[in-house]
Structures are given as C-alpha cells and as structure tokens.
Write a protein that binds this ligand. Structure first.
Ligand code: 5RP
Length: 233
C-alpha cells in the first residue's frame, strides 16, 4: 500500500483519490506496446498522468470519442482497434465493484466500446476511488445499450426477466444507440444477470463486467492505494 502523509486536518477528496490510482496505474503500463484506455473522470486523470511516458508506448486504443480526443490533446497516438492485434493492458474506471471485482460500468455511456477494448486486452486494471467498492453491486443504475427501435420492447423484457425499474437516459452513445438504466437491483448473481440481459433481442451490451471482469482493482483510499486482485495476475 502507498501511504500518504496525513495529519488530522488533511482530508483527501474523491478527485485526489482518483488521481492517486491513476498515477499508480502507470506501473502497469508496458513499454513499447499499445494500451487500451477507458472513459470517465478517473480515466481522464490516467490519460493526464500517461502523458509523462507517452514516448515509451506505441500508442493507445480509446474506448470513446472523448477519450480519443483527450489522448490526442496530449499527442498520444490513437489507434483504430481494427488496426491492432494486441493490447497489453486496459485501464479504466468503474461505477461499482464488489470484492470479487464484478463491475458495473457505463455511467458515462461508453460501456460497449469499453467492453470490446477490455476483451481484446491481455489484462484489465480497474482504477477507482473507495466509494466504488460495495458488498453487493446494483445500487448504481445498471446501463444497457440498446438499438433505438428496440428500447420499449427491451424495457418490458428487462422487467419481466430480472425486475428493477428501467429509465431511458437522455443520451446517444458514440455508436448512435440509446441507454436504458436499471435501478432497484441487488445483483447477487452478476454473471447470470449479464447473460440474461445479453440474450434480449435489441440489447447491444450491458454494463456488467462479470463473465469477464477486471484482473486488478486499484482502489484509492485516504490511507493509500489498495490493490485487490481478482483472477491470477
Ligand atoms: C464510463 C464508465 C466509467 O468508467 C465509469 O462511469 C466511472 O466513471 P468515473 O471515473 O468518472 O467515476 O464506465 O462509461
């Protein structure tokens, strides 16, 4: 664990914890390779930290247009995934994680591209502040990306198959699709729920990363960055 010098008056903000894990994630970047980069405020801190070693990597595959733009602002080369055979590591935030590193992602609406880049990468390092670690995921509304014409049908099927309350987000994804957010869930069997949601016609993907989850979670806490290991790493 990395320790911060804290006196009784020092309080770490959520952003400071995000910055700390973003900095720590640099240790997982493999030189001379192409890495995958996620989306959101924690991923943004990572991109800003990555700038310092931009000449040591070949470049990055971005999980969203916003991330691609930020990488380019730092003069980090952005690759199209179709031009890349291997991604050494994928680094991204999460909206919630349980202790087994089952994640809810997609608060920023980039879940589909995030899942694709994570699937290609050899390892997935998740970076988050301590507020994201929970006993049972589901308090954060679970995002589901859907083909626009299917939104109402998929909403009805979700309620029938797993329950919860479904709300259409006022948002269009980078892929031109819509997002349904499911609240009022307690996800005790994340792998099963992920599979059930993916089986509904019209669903592009859902924000559960359980069947293929993170390998490592770097968690920012006021007393330092904690490393939680999922599968063998
Ligand atoms: C975006 C995501 C993000 O990783 C997630 O929303 C966490 O965001 P932040 O780092 O801003 O808390 O899945 O689609």
């Amino acid at each position: 664990m990395i320790h911060f010098k804290l006196d009784s008056k020092t309080i770490m903000t959520q952003d400071e914890m995000k910055q700390a894990v973003a900095q720590e994630a640099l240790n997982y970047v493999i030189e001379n390779t192409i890495i995958g980069v996620g989306t959101g405020s924690t991923a943004n801190f990572f991109i800003d930290s990555l700038a310092i070693m931009k000449n040591k990597i070949k470049g990055a595959v971005a999980s969203s247009d916003a991330t691609a733009q930020r990488l380019k602002l730092h003069d980090i080369k952005v690759f199209d995934l179709n031009d890349v055979k291997q991604i050494s590591v994928y680094i991204d935030g999460a909206d919630e994680s349980d202790n087994d590193l089952n994640l809810i992602k997609g608060g920023g609406g980039a879940l589909t591209r995030e899942k694709i880049v994570a699937a290609v990468a050899d390892k997935f390092i998740c970076i988050a502040d301590e507020s994201k670690l929970v006993d049972i995921i589901g308090k954060f509304p679970l995002p589901v990306e859907v083909i626009p014409m299917s939104a109402n049908y998929v909403s009805r099927e979700i309620v029938k198959k797993i329950g919860g309350t479904v709300k259409l987000r006022d948002f269009t994804t980078d892929n031109g699709n819509l997002i349904l957010d499911i609240s009022d869930l307690e996800i005790v069997h994340p792998k099963a729920i992920e599979t059930i949601l993916n089986s509904i016609v019209g669903v592009v993907t859902n924000g559960l990363f359980a069947n293929s989850s993170a390998d490592v979670l770097l968690l920012g806490t006021p007393s330092g960055v904690k490393k939680i290991v999922g599968k063998v790493f």
